[in-house]
Design a protein around this ligand. Sequence first.
Ligand code: FO1
Length: 321
Amino acid sequence: VLVAIAGGVGAARLLAGLVRAMDPAGIMAVVNTGDDMTLHGLHISPDIDTITYTLAGRSNPATGWGLAGDTFSAMAELADLGGQAWFGLGDRDLATHLYRTQRLAEGASLSAVTAELAARRGVALRVVPMSDDPVRTRLSLDPAGVPATGFPGIADPDDVAFQDYFVRLRHGVPVRAVRFDGAERSRPAPGVLEAIEAADEIVVCPSNPLVSIGPVLAVPGIADALARRRPDVVAVSPIVAGQALKGPADRLLRELGHESSVLGVARLYAPWAGSLVVDVADAALAPAVEEVGLHCIVVDTVMSSPGRSLELARRLLGARR
Ligand code: FO1
């Protein structure tokens, strides 16, 4: 059994490789829900949907989110009405949010609804939210980066919802703090702690350490469970040669006082990851990573094709110390 701690696009690519390298039924993806939001009265779970759509072979390859070939008639009509069309929900993607919102209203848990949606879309691995309780990533912007007039649609630059930061502001503004509202009251979703305890291996996917992996670790019990399995926890750095391949991970690391490098990632992950997989571009930093206390594995981590995802997945299986 393998447990994968997952965020969005980078995690989805690795999982697409892992399901070809081993029996998908033996994989549990524990997915970040800090990006979740309620918009148009709908509960939207972006990282869960990115993983489910990708593993169903239906994700939009250009963006990594939403459904391939989707249309946006509802959004166009909504824009005409002067409604909130800034978050691009495709017409077929909307069905997912309508289904999830209705099932949650009927009293189903987020885990149950996530499992139903994954099953209906033919996804063989278990997709599990980190928690069934609401945990929401919120950011405080660096005042130096906020114009005197503020930002349209952003009421309080000191308390910005994740999607407002990521989509409305295109994550192009400096951040001075990140927090996970509700985390302290949240509990791991059913089966998560047991799966971490029983797993042969735990893989931390190449997702944003602060706002994708961070929320998962903020759910009480999960970081400790990983620390108890430290020798079997293998993390993949999302930072290659100091850069994020996609999204704001490098900037966020720097803005929040960490080094934007595999060393910065190693220091963040040291308490609960026994190994760090870094790209060949960072081979020279392997000794420094080992100095921090993590076994360093140097491979080609850039998943630029399904074949590369499979190769990386194969290298991860059994990579633990
Ligand atoms: N990301 C964007 O940059 N622009 C969008 O309009 C957008 C819409 C969207 C709709 C559904 C969904 O599941 C994800 C969507 N994302 C969009 C990605 C989303 O912001 C994710 O949270 C990020 O990919 C980070 O994980």
